[in-house]
Design a protein around this ligand. Structure first.
Ligand SMILES: [Zn+2]
Length: 398
């Protein structure tokens, strides 16, 4: 059943539409906002006046216009609010204090000692977030919240459900625990969706209506924006691109499937393949990052192994493009390392030549400019997105 809406909700939605139009542009006038959003000049003018009064938006110079008076440029005021983004990876925790424009003010990484209890980890996260805010001189009144990017599966209440590589983290209500320890509201998502939201708020997908994010970390995941809305699925676990089968009858994956992208392309699988093919007596590169660096430098075995990984990622990318008919595929995450250029080339060639709709429109493939910190910056952006992004859902729920 479709649900209707009432006028007060339309006002809130339009306010978010205008604020988003300002955030995703690099400076925009009232006239341009009206052109891009379809709102009347009068509606835009009223909303912008309120945003200026609230201090969320500033006037920043003017653009010459043809004939009439110069047009004032509007931007989001970066100092209007802050969020701490926390990326919780099984190996380390990354923190970013970001301003409202999504720009990092400070960053920090801490190693995660194996075997720490969930309670101890959350206490450490809360203390670190508090210290970052204090060191940067951000008062509590300017903190919009904490954003938390966690390995999935996650449920809608912010409970972690036995994520791979984190034994002992079953049924952990991490959102509630972090709220109790920090006193700030916590917005959470899985790491790949957070990275996609970061790319939308502050990265290269700011004005792209439909894009997919392929996230390479300890595992492989994805995030999805369709028609300007984040798509999370029934249980917040949509876009698990890492579990598309790319090798029929391939190795078993922990998810229960076989030959998944993650099972053959994740850093530990790359290391295992590389070592298995290395001639006896030849010293092995230290780790996955070293193998990526060797491939970028032209080492024949590294080129062979990384080339195969790129080809499997490309198979998955073609399926993603065929299924979703998107404009842009963003590659990011901390495990891209120096192989990013190889992945981009192989995937771009595949989506230019193999999807059914390739003659109708080109699919861009881009490397995230914030690849290494994507999930932490994305986590901070979760807060801004939850607070200010126009969501159709808010129009329809009672
Ligand atoms: Zn799998």
């Amino acid at each position: 059943m479709q649900v209707g809406t009432n006028l007060p909700k339309v006002g809130t939605f339009n306010r978010a539409v205008v604020l988003e139009a300002i955030q995703v542009s690099d400076g925009i006038s009232r006239v341009q906002i009206a052109e891009r959003t379809g709102l009347t000049a009068q509606t835009v003018s009223v909303i912008v006046r309120r945003l200026l009064e609230e201090g969320l938006v500033i006037e920043d110079g003017s653009l010459p216009s043809s004939g009439g008076k110069p047009r004032t440029i509007l931007r989001v005021d970066p100092a209007a609010g802050y969020a701490v983004g926390i990326h919780f990876d099984p190996g380390e925790v990354s923190y970013v204090l970001a301003d409202l424009a999504g720009e990092p003010v400070t960053k920090l990484h801490t190693e995660l000692r194996p075997g720490l209890s969930p309670e101890a980890v959350v206490r450490q996260m809360a203390a670190t977030a508090r210290n970052m805010l204090q060191d940067a001189g951000v008062p509590d009144g300017k903190v919009l919240g904490i954003g938390l990017a966690c390995p999935g599966p996650l449920d809608a209440d912010g409970v972690m459900n036995d994520p791979p590589r984190l034994p002992g983290w079953d049924e952990v209500p991490i959102k509630r625990l972090l709220e109790e320890h920090t006193g700030f509201p916590v917005t959470f998502d899985n790491d790949a969706s957070a990275a996609a939201i970061g790319e939308r708020w502050a990265g290269l997908a700011r004005s792209t209506p439909s894009f997919a994010y392929l996230y390479l970390g300890t595992g492989i995941g994805g995030g999805l924006f369709l028609d300007n809305q984040i798509y999370r699925g029934r249980s917040l676990n949509a876009a698990e691109f890492g579990h598309i089968t790319v090798v029929p009858e391939g190795p078993e994956c922990y998810c229960g499937n076989r030959g998944c992208v993650e099972a053959v392309c994740c850093p530990s699988a790359v290391e295992a393949t590389f070592r298995a093919r290395l001639a006896t007596g030849v010293p092995a590169p230290a780790d996955h990052a070293a193998i990526c660096a060797a491939a970028a430098a032209g080492d024949p075995l590294a080129v062979e192994v990384i080339g195969e990984v790129a080809a499997r990622l490309a198979d998955a990318a073609v399926s993603i493009v065929n299924m979703l008919d998107i404009d842009l595929l963003v590659l990011g995450g901390p495990a891209m390392h120096e192989a990013a250029g190889i992945y981009r080339q192989v995937i771009a060639d595949a989506v230019a030549t193999r999807p059914l709709a390739r003659r109708l429109h080109k699919v861009q493939v881009e490397i995230s400019p914030i690849a290494a910190d994507a999930a932490a910056i994305g986590a901070a952006s979760l807060v801004f997105h939850a607070t200010y992004a126009p969501r159709l859902g808010t129009l329809l729920t009672s």
